[in-house]
Ligand binder design. Structure first.
Ligand code: FRU
Length: 519
C-alpha cells in the first residue's frame, strides 16, 4: 500500500527533491522503509528510479556509492548521479544529488578515483581531489562523450570541469568509462565501452583531461547484446604460487544465459596497453563464455577504486535488475536495489581460472545468534525450519547437501499457497537452478517468470548453498561462490514458509537472521 504522502512524492518532483535533502534520520521516522518489498539489508534509494552503480571509490573511511538516478520519477529518465556513503558497505547515508542532468546532457555511468598525485591540479591545500569520470549523454543530438567533475570536500559537492568533454570521438554510443591508476606505466588508464561494436577501448592519460587511444578488445565471448559498463582489475589467484591475472568484465544488454542483460568476464593479462586473453579462456567457436552471475538480476557491476592496500580486497556490487523488465517491477516509491557487496576472487579449477564472489565479511555484523541444525533426516530438518521461522525478516543460510549420484535436492523459500521460489541442485542435469515461475507477483511483465541455471562442475559431489534472502531478492552462492544466481522475487504476504526437499538427509543448516540496516 502506498501511503498518501508517498503518492504525493511520486507525482511531485519538488517534494521529492526536498525529501532527498533531508537527513537519513528524518527519512526513517517518516517510515519510508516499511513498504512490503523494501529490502532491509540491500541498498535502495529512498524514492524513485535507480539503475547502474557508478563512481565507486573509497576515501577517508567512506565507501562512496553513486548511482544512475532519476530525481523526478520512478522510471528511467533524467539520468543523474545519486549519492550515498557507508563506512561498512551495509549502512548507507543518503547525500544530496551529486551530478544533475544539465543543459541537455544527462550524466550516464562512469567511475571515480582519488587523484592522489593531484595530476588534475583540482586538489586544494595538500588534499587530493576526488574525480568522477562519466559519460555525457546528449538528449538533443546523437552523441555520447566522456566528461569529468571533481570534489575537494570528500565528495559532498561537485564541480563539472569547464573543459568538458575530455574524450570525444563523435559517436552516438560510447560510454561508461572506468578509470584506474596504472603504476607500472605511471598514468591513468580508461576502459570504456563501444557498445554496438561489441568492443571496449583502452585510453591513457597523464592528468585525466587528455586521453590517448591505446587499443581495443573484442568482439569476444557473448556478442548478442550491446557491450556496456566494463571494468578491469588484477586479482590474485587463490592458493600458493598462483600469481595474479587481470579480469575484464563487460556487461551485455541482452543474450545473457538467463535472458536479457547480464555480466560476462574475461581472464587474461593487461600489459599497460592492451588486454590479452589467458590461454585457458574458452575461445572456441560456440564456447559458452563466462558469466559473473547467471541469475537474471545482476547487471552493470563495477568495483570500488582505492580500497586501501592494507585491506587488499576487490569489492563490487551490481544493479539487481534486468533491462527486460526493470521499469515495470512493482515496487514504490522506489524502483531497483543493489546486490549485496561482494568480494571477488580468482580460483584455478580443472576447467580454467574462474571468478568467485562471496558476500563481504561485514555482513556478519548484522547477524543475530547462530541457529544450527546439526544434520539429520529431511523431516527433522523441516521441523527445525518451521520452528525457527526465518522468513520474518532478512536472513542468511548455509545448507550442506551430502554427495548423491542422482536426484534433485534443495530448498523452497517464500513458499505458501501455490507459491514458492525453488532452489535446486539437480544431479541428473548437472546444474543449480533458481525457479521463480511460481513465486508471488510475476504478471507485470511476461519476461519476468522463469528458471535460471548454472552448471555444476561435479554434480555428484557434496555441495554447499549459501543464501541471502531479503524482502524482494534471493542470492544463491554455490560452493564458496564458484557460481552465483541473483534473483528478484515479489512474494505474496502469506508466502513465508521455507522447507528442504529431495535429500533423505541434510548434513547441516546454519542460519542467521540479519538485522535491518534501517534501524
Ligand atoms: C547500463 C546503461 C549504461 C548507461 C546507463 C544509462 O545499464 O545502459 O550503458 O550509461 O545505463 O542509464
Amino acid at each position: 500500500m502506498i501511503q498518501p504522502l508517498m503518492r504525493a512524492l511520486l507525482v511531485t518532483p519538488i517534494l521529492t527533491l526536498l525529501i532527498l535533502s533531508l537527513p537519513a534520520g528524518r527519512l526513517r521516522s517518516a517510515d519510508l522503509y516499511r513498504e512490503p518489498y523494501r529490502p532491509q539489508f540491500h541498498f535502495t534509494p529512498a524514492t524513485n528510479w535507480m539503475n547502474d552503480p557508478n563512481g565507486m571509490v573509497w576515501y577517508e573511511g567512506e565507501y562512496h556509492l553513486f548511482y544512475q538516478y532519476n530525481p523526478f520519477g520512478d522510471r528511467w529518465g533524467h539520468m543523474s548521479w545519486g549519492h550515498s556513503v557507508s563506512r561498512d558497505l551495509l549502512h548507507w547515508e543518503a547525500l544530496p544529488l551529486a551530478l544533475p542532468e544539465e543543459g541537455g546532457v544527462m550524466i550516464f555511468s562512469g567511475s571515480a578515483v582519488v587523484d592522489w598525485k593531484n595530476t588534475t591540479g583540482f586538489g586544494k591545500e595538500g588534499h587530493p581531489p576526488l574525480v568522477a569520470i562519466y559519460t555525457g549523454h546528449y538528449t538533443e543530438r546523437p552523441l555520447q562523450n566522456q566528461q569529468i567533475a571533481y570534489s575537494t570536500d570528500r565528495g559532498r559537492t561537485w564541480t563539472k570541469y569547464a573543459g568538458n568533454p575530455v574524450l570525444d570521438i563523435g559517436e552516438k554510443d560510447f560510454r561508461d568509462p572506468k578509470v584506474f591508476w596504472h603504476e607500472p606505466t605511471h598514468r591513468w588508464v580508461m576502459v570504456v565501452s563501444w557498445p554496438v561494436h561489441r568492443q571496449v577501448r583502452f585510453y591513457a592519460s597523464p592528468n585525466l583531461k587528455e586521453w590517448t587511444h591505446l587499443s581495443d578488445f573484442g568482439p569476444a565471448g557473448s556478442t548478442t547484446g550491446i557491450w556496456e559498463c566494463p571494468d578491469l582489475f588484477p586479482l590474485r589467484v587463490d592458493g600458493a604460487g598462483g600469481g595474479s591475472r587481470w579480469v575484464l568484465t563487460v556487461n551485455v544488454g541482452s543474450g545473457a544465459p538467463g535472458g536479457g542483460s547480464g555480466c560476462q568476464y574475461f581472464v587474461g593479462d593487461f600489459d599497460g596497453t592492451g588486454f590479452h586473453l589467458d590461454p585457458t579462456y574458452p575461445t572456441a567457436p560456440g564456447a559458452p563464455g563466462l558469466w559473473a552471475d547467471r541469475g537474471r538480476d545482476f547487471y552493470a557491476a563495477v568495483s570500488w577504486s582505492d580500497v586501501p592496500s592494507r585491506d587488499g580486497r576487490r569489492l563490487w556490487l551490481g544493479w539487481m535488475s534486468n533491462w527486460e523488465y526493470a521499469n515495470d517491477v512493482p515496487t514504490a516509491p522506489w524502483r531497483s536495489a543493489m546486490s549485496i557487496p561482494r568480494e571477488l576472487g580468482l580460483r584455478r579449477l580443472p576447467e580454467g581460472l574462474r571468478l568467485t564472489q562471496r558476500p563481504v565479511r561485514e555482513l556478519a555484523t548484522l547477524r543475530g545468534p547462530r541457529l544450527r541444525f546439526g544434520g539429520g533426516s529431511l523431516e527433522a530438518a523441516n521441523r527445525w525450519l518451521d520452528r525457527v521461522g526465518l522468513h520474518e525478516g532478512g536472513f542468511e543460510m548455509r545448507v550442506a547437501l551430502p554427495a548423491a549420484s542422482h536426484g534433485i535436492q534443495g530448498l523452497r523459500c517464500y513458499a505458501g499457497e501455490g507459491e514458492e521460489v525453488l532452489i535446486a541442485i539437480d544431479r541428473d542435469q548437472g546444474r543449480l537452478s533458481v525457479d521463480r515461475s511460481k513465486s508471488g507477483h510475476r504478471s507485470f511483465n511476461p519476461r519476468f517468470s522463469g528458471v535460471t541455471t548454472a552448471p555444476l562442475a561435479d554434480p555428484g559431489a557434496a555441495h554447499q548453498l549459501h543464501l541471502l534472502v531479503d524482502a524482494c531478492s534471493v542470492e544463491v552462492f554455490l560452493d564458496d561462490g564458484v557460481q552465483v544466481l541473483t534473483t528478484l522475487v515479489l512474494p505474496s504476504p502469506g508466502a513465508r514458509r521455507i522447507e528442504a526437499f529431495g535429500a533423505p538427509r541434510l548434513s547441516s543448516i546454519e542460519a542467521w537472521r540479519l538485522a535491518s540496516t534501517w534501524r
